[in-house]
Design a protein around this ligand. Structure first.
Ligand SMILES: *[C@@H]1O[C@H](CO)[C@@H](O)[C@H](O)[C@H]1NC(C)=O
Ligand SMILES: *[C@@H]1O[C@H](CO)[C@@H](O)[C@H](O)[C@H]1NC(C)=O
Length: 434
């Protein structure tokens, strides 16, 4: 009996053992031939590989593409109005010293996203300072102005929502709207009647399907494309009437509009607790890098897990956060700087409106000016020529198709304004005569 059992175990071990050997043999053979095949394939593929050019040169005129005039700001004659520097904080010596001493303590970067190990006390201070400054509950800080706007919109608006959006909305807000995949209804630029009709239309649709949509209204304080200000009081009454959530992009208006620089809400005296979210940039008048969203805690907290630019970017370098805090200190200590900027902006606006052949598109109070020619024919070409004439005189503007864009700043003296206006006048005169 025992013998039998022993024999059977012997047989029981011999059979599996030979099976294992057999299988290993097959597998080894397989990997060998497999490796061989891969080697051949790899060599083939390396030899066949023809790298694609990164730039399609057939579609680009090289001379044109490489013509980027780089203003030399150390030249005293250089007037760089292409750059945003409304309050001249970019050249502020104190801020530079503050940045330097902060780098000596914290280094240049934080090396991690906020949710991991990238949060430093300075970030928390800046967030609470911004919330306090705007008189709202909470702030979320982003490392880059562009991604602030695009992430914040994408974090809320879902596929089933409807976004009512001004047709002149900036490119970055447009990217956020694309990412949200919501239905987008564009209304004519600052045209409240058009918006009202479209809202009514969707109210009818809601009645038909007996279910409400979540509706968002996305506007800009000062539009980057036109330099105009949004009609906030009218927007607020539509918000109330149709139960909309309103998001305002204040990238250009924060630290500019209002008596104390608190933006378009202060300008129109609108209660900020009625605004669902204000998105702002630290790259405008603050003169740092980054952006922020401020609003009620329920709205803001959500972004710490779903704002893509917040979750997946290294946090704002501590020294850039620190100079933003210092800039806020300056705003609070000396609000006369906003008054000063406003008066320069108004003077230049008036002078521009008196120029023959020039049409001003932007708002009289916007430091971001947009102008074009009164003549509709060959606008793009004429604008190009005016731009070139200004560059020749060391005055740098932004030429965008049919419009000239430029940013005024608080250091402009009367002589600077004269020089700029005269150059424009001369350029337009020469072109109109020829
Ligand atoms: C600000 O205005 C001054 C005076 O017109 C000009 O020289 C300077 O280039 C402008 N831009 C910046 C970035 O400071
Ligand atoms: C703003 O609105 C909030 C809530 O609706 C209210 O408590 C507050 O008093 C208002 N502030 C002003 C200045 O009207």
């Amino acid at each position: 009996m025992l013998n039998e059992i022993l024999q059977s175990t012997n047989v029981g071990t011999v059979v599996p053992a030979s099976l294992v050997i057999f299988l290993t043999f097959i597998m080894l053979r397989k990997t060998k031939s497999y490796k061989k095949a891969i080697n051949v394939n790899q060599n083939d593929r390396i030899y066949c590989f023809k790298p694609q050019p990164l730039i399609d040169f057939t579609r680009i005129n090289l001379n044109e593409a490489l013509e980027i005039p780089a203003p030399d700001e150390s030249d005293p004659d250089c007037m760089n109005l292409a750059k945003v520097n409304y309050l001249d904080l970019l050249n502020n010596i104190n801020l530079r010293k503050e940045a330097e001493s902060c780098i000596r303590i914290y280094g240049v970067g934080s090396c991690g996203p906020r949710g991991f190990y990238g949060t430093i006390d300075i970030h928390l201070t800046l967030e609470s300072r911004l919330a306090e400054f705007m008189g709202m509950e909470e702030t979320v800080l982003y490392s880059y102005g562009f991604s602030t706007i695009s992430s914040a919109i994408g974090a809320y608006c879902k596929k089933s929502d409807i976004i009512f959006c001004d047709e002149k909305i900036s490119f970055c807000a447009g990217q956020g709207i694309l990412a949200a995949k919501s239905k987008v209804v564009y209304f004519k630029h600052n045209d409240m009647e058009d918006l009202n009709t479209k809202l009514q239309e969707y109210e009818e649709k809601e009645k038909q399907r007996k279910k409400l949509y979540r509706k968002f209204l996305v506007v800009e304080g000062i539009y980057a494309a036109t330099g105009t200000i949004c009609p906030l009081p009218e927007l607020m009454s539509l918000r109330k009437k149709y139960k909309l959530r309103i998001f305002i992009d204040e990238s250009l208006s924060f630290g500019v509009l209002g008596k104390t620089g608190r933006g378009v809400t202060e300008h129109f005296n609108v209660n900020r607790s009625d605004i669902d979210m204000i998105m702002g940039s630290l790259e405008g008048s603050i003169g740092s890098i980054g952006g922020f969203c401020v609003g009620a805690s329920v709205v803001i907290e959500h972004q710490r897990l779903s704002g893509l630019g917040y979750c997946f970017s290294a946090s704002l370098p501590p020294f850039l956060s620190h100079i933003s805090i210092c800039a806020l200190d300056m705003f609070e200590k000396d609000p006369s700087m906003f008054e000063k900027l406003k008066s320069i902006v108004q003077i230049v606006d008036e002078r521009l409106r008196n120029l023959k052949g020039i049409m001003v598109i932007s708002d009289p109070l916007s430091p971001h000016k947009v102008i074009t020619t009164t003549n509709i024919e060959n606008r793009e070409e004429t604008i190009k020529k005016i731009h070139a004439a200004c560059v020749q005189k060391d005055i740098y503007l932004i030429c965008l198709k049919e419009n000239l864009h430029f940013n005024l700043n608080v250091t402009m003296k009367d002589a600077d304004i004269d020089r700029f206006i005269n150059t424009l006048q001369e350029a337009v005169g020469n072109i109109l005569c020829s």
